[in-house]
Design a protein around this ligand. Structure first.
Ligand code: DX5
Ligand code: ZN
Length: 224
């Protein structure tokens, strides 16, 4: 069993050949498939919706990890659940009633995640930590793939990991943004356990499998 989980983000995949790209990621050893949903309001970019999740569901049995970067995510939970999502992550900054929203995700039978933007402090999610399966720490400002990893977020990863361990809770610490063979070990050292990567996997010059292998090898030598 892998100590670290890899969740390639299809945001950098070839959308004209999405099924093949997901197949290659699965064959290359991906643990989850990460799907970045953006609404053009919460973040400047506009990407995909439930129809794409439904298409992904038809080509893989890997868990579909849906990251909602949208306003009012509570209105969309059922649609993504019906499309085949396994995990739904919502942003703390988009959810005034985060306790209810996370409970609703769990009531739909899905795993629930809460995400924090780089400028949001770790303690913003302290009260809901017992309700989540993952805490997604954004290591770029959400909106685009291919941005550089923000070093200043590393301390927050450590703070969240220590808080989680200190309280004996089970939420996994997930990082997203600028994750490469160079940055993943630093995030792992701070306490990250799940690694989202778009460009480092789907944009790898030697192919998707090579991108996953390179991340896996880089993490192999990272301290637990
Ligand atoms: C950013 C998304 C990320 C993004 C990561 O807003 O949430 O999942 O696809 O892209 P890379 O790995 O290229 O930084
Ligand atoms: Zn994401």
């Amino acid at each position: 069993m892998n100590r670290y989980l890899l969740a390639p983000s299809i945001l950098s995949a070839d959308f004209a050949n999405l099924g093949d790209a997901i197949g290659e990621a699965e064959a290359g050893g991906a643990d989850w498939i990460h799907i970045d949903v953006m609404d053009g309001h919460f973040v400047p970019n506009l990407t995909m919706g439930p129809v794409v999740v439904e298409a992904c569901r038809r080509v893989t049995e890997l868990p579909l990890d849906v990251h909602l970067m949208v306003e009012r995510p509570e209105d969309l939970l059922r649609a993504f659940a019906q499309a085949g999502a396994d995990h739904i992550t919502v942003h703390i900054e988009a959810c005034p009633h985060i306790h209810r929203t996370l409970s609703d995700i769990r009531d739909l039978g899905l795993k629930a995640g809460v995400a924090l933007n780089p400028g949001t402090p770790a303690n913003a999610i302290s009260e809901v930590l017992p309700l989540v399966d993952t805490v997604l720490v954004m290591t770029v400002n959400p909106g685009y793939s291919g941005q550089p990893f923000l070093e200043e977020v590393v301390q927050k990863i450590a703070t969240l990991r220590d808080g989680r361990d200190g309280r004996g809770l089970g939420a996994r610490i997930q990082v997203d943004g600028g994750i490469t063979a160079q940055t993943a070990p630093r995030a792992a050292e701070a306490g990250a356990e799940v690694f989202v990567a778009a460009s480092a996997v789907f944009g790898h010059p030697e192919g998707i499998g090579a991108g996953i292998r390179e991340l896996r090898q880089a993490l192999h030598s990272a301290p637990a």
